[in-house]
Design a protein around this ligand. Sequence first.
Ligand code: SF4
Ligand code: SF4
Length: 206
Amino acid sequence: MKYPKLRELAEAIKAVIKGPYTSSFPAEPHEAHPNFRGQPEFDQKKCLGCLACEEECPSTAITHQDILEGEGAPKRIMIHHTDDCIFCGVCQDACMRETGDEAIRQTQKWELSYFDRSEAYETIEKELQLCEMCGDVIATKDHLVYLAEKLGELSFSSPTLYLARLRKLGLADDNIEAVMKDEGRSDRVKILCAKCRRATATYEDE
Ligand code: SF4
Ligand code: SF4
C-alpha cells in the first residue's frame, strides 16, 4: 500500500477545512481571482474618443462611427465588440490618458454568454468638433481640450486648440468673430482643420 506524501496530505487537510478550490459554476456565480484581467470597459467621462485604442487592438474588437447628420450635435460612437475581445489589455496600455487613469480598463468580468451575438457590444458617445469652414471632422471636443491643457501655454500657437479650451471654459467671446471680420481676419478665431488653417494662413501669388 502506498501512503500519501506529506505535501499531498497537507493539501487534502487544507481543502477539507477551507473548502474545494473549484467553484460550482454555473450552479453558483463564479468570482474571479482579484488579479484576473477580464473584459475591458470604457469610462464615458474620461474617454477622449481619440481612437488610439482602436488603432492598437489586435483583434479589431474596437471600432467607431462618426454620425454627422440627424438629431443633435455631431458625435463619435466608440464601440467595443465584446465577442471579438481577447482580454489582452493592449487597449489599456495604448490609452492616451496617463497610466493608472486610463479611459479603458480591464475589469473582472469574464462571463460573456449571449443568446444573440449581435448584442455583444458596448458603446459610448463623444461630441465631435467639425471644421468651421469645410465641415470635416477634426477630433472630439474633449480630445482638443485635453491637448490644449496638456500643452499649456504652447497651445496658444494653435487657434483651434486655445479656442476649443476657451469655449469649454465659457470664456470665448461670441462677438469677436464679427469684430475680426471688419479686419478681414475672422478666420483666426475659428476652429479649423489643418487644411483650412493652412489655406487661411498662406497667400497665393496673384
Ligand atoms: S483587450 Fe485586447 S482585444 Fe480586447 S479590446 Fe482591448 S486591445 Fe482589443
Ligand atoms: S485610447 Fe483611451 S481616450 Fe482614446 S479612445 Fe481609447 S479609451 Fe478613449
